[in-house]
Design a protein around this ligand. Structure first.
Ligand SMILES: *[C@@H]1O[C@H](CO)[C@@H](O)[C@H](O)[C@H]1NC(C)=O
Ligand SMILES: *[C@@H]1O[C@H](CO)[C@@H](O)[C@H](O)[C@H]1NC(C)=O
Ligand SMILES: *[C@@H]1O[C@H](CO)[C@@H](O)[C@H](O)[C@H]1NC(C)=O
Ligand SMILES: *[C@@H]1O[C@H](CO)[C@@H](O)[C@H](O)[C@H]1NC(C)=O
Ligand SMILES: *[C@@H]1O[C@H](CO)[C@@H](O)[C@H](O)[C@H]1NC(C)=O
Ligand SMILES: *[C@@H]1O[C@H](CO)[C@@H](O)[C@H](O)[C@H]1NC(C)=O
Length: 502
């Protein structure tokens, strides 16, 4: 057995053997939902899988040797398909399928330069441990899977250590590195991270390593993740890192609002990202853009840039709808967010950095936010105290500049804004226009500003004096008019034909 696939001696229980079964059942896995698929096949013509029908030769009510055909949309169609069942997978909610997933991906990897491969996960509850994807590959999910072995992998180079603690980290449930053209999709199939086990281990300080994420793709190009429901991730849900040309679309992410660090979608040192039509309820930021942590992120030096977020609906009572940072040491620039709806969230947009991070957050444009029940609509801080170690450079002072917010309506808000720059390096070029905040109760200072500079217009209640009021007739804050890099991405109509074994 390859050393990194060895079952882990997690400190979770008394008797290892006994708890391992328990562990297998309760703690690890993911669900690729099929009940919905089947429902869609019979009911919903607009669904991704629009039809399931017997082809000529199938023989209606015949001997059971028919052929099923599914149509679906995806960024690319694949020439070769296989079903998890062909690799010995059993979707009974009890049988581990880790080996089947790994064998299926390995088999399909041979077609990367021959039209690509798709792994079809049929109806069922498919328990699985972590597995990696391959290039020119589609994972089409319907149901449930569970997990057995969580290899420990190195920390991300731009973090220098695991996010939860020093050292490495557990691998992610669905991973991949150095890939091109990866699609993870399904007819709203479900991947269930069974996070409760991890959260309780985390809260009781029993984990020696950083928790794995639900989906993590590293050093990859052309990543398309769509039409899925992600439940109860151990930590972050979708984590593309050191990657580019990414679309995340039509994803529902659900986790208890007090679960630890269950961020929704975290592009990390990524370029050309489009996140749209997602609904996220989680215990941390709905979307968090990151790019490395202090000296490790500075030396890695890979920014997150050219990111579009649109039509996001978020519930995040303890965190932000959209966060930038706090790990931003590779820089964050050109972020555009629009048509954002949030309920019961701590802050709307939150920029977090600290001395020691270096780099920058600049050219951030946000418009059309509709918010209800918030602590702060806008929040920025230059003194976010979390460092991987004490080796950070005190002269690495981050620059925050060119931040635009417009067309924002917020109801039932505790405080309109809390904006705190760095005394030696104020945050500049902040623009706020056409913003109406209805406060839950009247406060003397609905805006608190320190070490920030910029302009405002049409803001109620009036912004602080350091955002000089230009008058209601002033031009609105800028928002770029050019297309985002992933706007050209087109879906194709694909057909998957499979023998229906009787
Ligand atoms: C997601 O599903 C919808 C139908 O529910 C379909 O119209 C759309 O093309 C799918 N999107 C992607 C990116 O797969
Ligand atoms: C998945 O790939 C990572 C490298 O990205 C590797 O460390 C890990 O061991 C692989 N996991 C499996 C299950 O193959
Ligand atoms: C993956 O790509 C990164 C960045 O280009 C490179 O440093 C690394 O060696 C590659 N890993 C593999 C396994 O090819
Ligand atoms: C997908 O499933 C989730 C969870 O059941 C549900 O809340 C959501 O509305 C579904 N999305 C679509 C597009 O059907
Ligand atoms: C207003 O916000 C408070 C929490 O600050 C919440 O308890 C209350 O339900 C909200 N009211 C409305 C009408 O949403
Ligand atoms: C101000 O914002 C509101 C929505 O928040 C929008 O309806 C209105 O058109 C905006 N006004 C201007 C002048 O842009």
């Amino acid at each position: 057995m390859d050393s990194h696939l060895r079952a882990l001696p997690l400190d979770f229980g008394v008797e290892r053997k006994q708890s391992m079964d328990h562990f297998l059942r309760l703690c690890f896995f993911f669900i690729l939902a099929t009940s919905l698929l089947v429902a869609a096949a019979f009911v919903g013509p607009a669904e991704c899988i629009r039809r399931k029908r017997q082809l000529p030769g199938g023989g209606e009510g015949g001997k059971g040797g028919g052929v099923e055909q599914f149509k679906y949309s995806a960024a690319a169609c694949r020439a070769h398909t296989a079903s998890l069942a062909d690799f010995g997978g059993v979707g009974d909610g009890a049988t581990p399928n880790t080996a089947a997933f790994r064998a299926a991906v390995s088999h399909l990897s041979q077609f990367a330069s021959d039209g690509g491969g798709m792994l079809f996960v049929p109806a069922g509850r498919w328990l699985t441990g972590p597995f990696n994807l391959t290039s020119s590959f589609t994972l089409f999910l319907h149901r449930d899977a569970d997990i057995k072995e969580w290899p420990i992998i190195d920390p991300l180079p731009s973090y220098g250590r695991g996010r939860d603690g020093p050292g490495g980290r557990y691998s992610s449930l669905i991973g991949g590195s150095n890939l091109t053209d990866v699609i993870i999709t399904g007819d709203n199939g479900t991947i269930d991270g069974q996070g409760a086990f991890w959260w309780s281990q985390f809260h009781s300080n029993k984990l020696k390593y950083t928790r794995g994420y639900l989906i993590e793709l590293m050093h990859s190009n052309q990543i398309f993740i769509s039409n899925l429901t992600l439940l109860n991730s151990p930590a972050w849900n979708i984590h593309p890192v050191y990657s580019s040309n990414i679309v995340v679309s039509g994803i529902t992410i659900l986790a208890p609002v007090h679960s630890p660090n269950t961020d929704g979608i975290n592009p990390d040192s990524c370029s050309n990202v489009r996140i749209e039509d997602c609904y996220i309820v989680s215990g941390d930021d709905c979307v968090a853009i990151k790019s490395g942590w202090d000296e490790y992120g500075i030396s890695y030096g890979m920014p997150s840039q050219h990111i579009v977020i649109r039509r996001l609906t978020c519930v995040s009572p303890t965190s932000a709808v959209i966060a930038l940072g706090s790990e931003m040491s590779g820089g964050i620039r050109d972020v555009r967010a629009e048509d954002i709806t949030a309920l019961d969230s701590e802050s709307g947009v939150r920029i977090k950095t600290a001395v020691g991070r270096g780099a920058y957050v600049k050219d951030v444009f946000v418009r059309r936010m509709n918010l209800n029940t918030m602590k702060w609509v806008f929040w920025m801080t230059g003194s976010y105290k979390s460092h991987p170690d004490d080796k950070y450079d005190p002269n690495a002072v981050p620059v925050v500049e060119g931040i635009s917010y417009s067309e924002v309506v917020a109801y039932n808000v505790t405080m309109a804004a809390r904006l705190e720059g760095i005394p030696s390096a104020p945050f500049t070029g902040i623009c706020v226009s056409n913003v109406t905040v209805q406060l839950a109760k009247s406060m003397k200072t609905p805006w608190y500003c320190a070490d920030v500079e910029g302009v405002s217009s049409g803001v109620t209640p009036a912004a602080c004096a350091s955002l000089a009021d230009q008058g209601a007739a002033a031009a609105p804050c800028p928002f770029p008019t050019d297309a985002s890099p992933m706007d050209g991405f087109q879906l194709q109509q694909c057909t998957y034909t499979k023998s229906s074994d009787a």
